[in-house]
Design a protein around this ligand. Structure first.
Ligand code: ATP
Ligand code: MG
Length: 157
């Protein structure tokens, strides 16, 4: 389906904003312009739900989650950052592996199967995009992903 990624993204963030209980600030830095993408909206919702719920799970009370989206060449780049516990450097690329979870003891009481990001990666790749993580242990985590812009619709700025 062809959608404006920005309004699609805003709707998803709104939903988290409304059920927000843990005193976490959601901060958006999104362009006003329309960014047309061709996506499976159910699957892309699954991707964003997992990334955002991870950010919330691993954020401290009073933390802030930042949402960015910007056009880079022929793609839109989306970045979701938290100020949570972070991921040790040697584990950063493994978080997209099936069933991988950092520190079993830490995550046991947080809950989850370790499949969320593996599924997210599969979905993003199937859309012709890419996904990766950046993290500083103890400082926070950013998940970035890209999606190709809808073609054949003239200039989009
Ligand atoms: P599921 O998503 O299946 O419920 P999960 O959240 O544990 O379980 P993933 O979403 O695949 O699984 O994440 C894998 C692991 O990566 C997590 O268990 C956690 O250790 C680490 N991780 C993911 N996102 C973050 C984050 N924002 N901050 C810190 N660690 C994270
Ligand atoms: Mg998850």
């Amino acid at each position: 389906r062809e959608v404006d990624f920005i309004s699609f993204f805003n709707d998803i963030i709104d939903r988290f904003d409304m059920l927000e209980k843990e005193n976490i600030e959601l901060s958006r830095s999104l362009p006003d312009s329309v960014i047309r993408v061709q996506i499976d909206t159910d699957k892309m919702t699954q991707v964003l739900d997992n990334i955002i719920s991870n950010a919330m799970k691993y954020s401290p009370e009073g933390g802030k989650i930042t949402f960015l989206a910007a056009v880079k060449g022929r793609k839109v780049k989306i970045s979701i950052s938290d100020q949570g516990v972070g991921i040790p450097k040697n584990n950063v690329s493994k978080i997209f592996d099936r069933f991988f979870r950092v520190d079993k003891a830490r995550s046991r009481d947080i809950g989850g199967t370790g499949l969320g990001l593996a599924i997210a990666k599969e979905i993003v790749l199937a859309h012709g995009g890419d996904i990766w993580a950046e993290s500083e242990w103890g400082q926070g985590t950013t998940i970035h992903f890209t999606l190709p812009l809808q073609k054949g619709r003239g200039a989009q700025l």
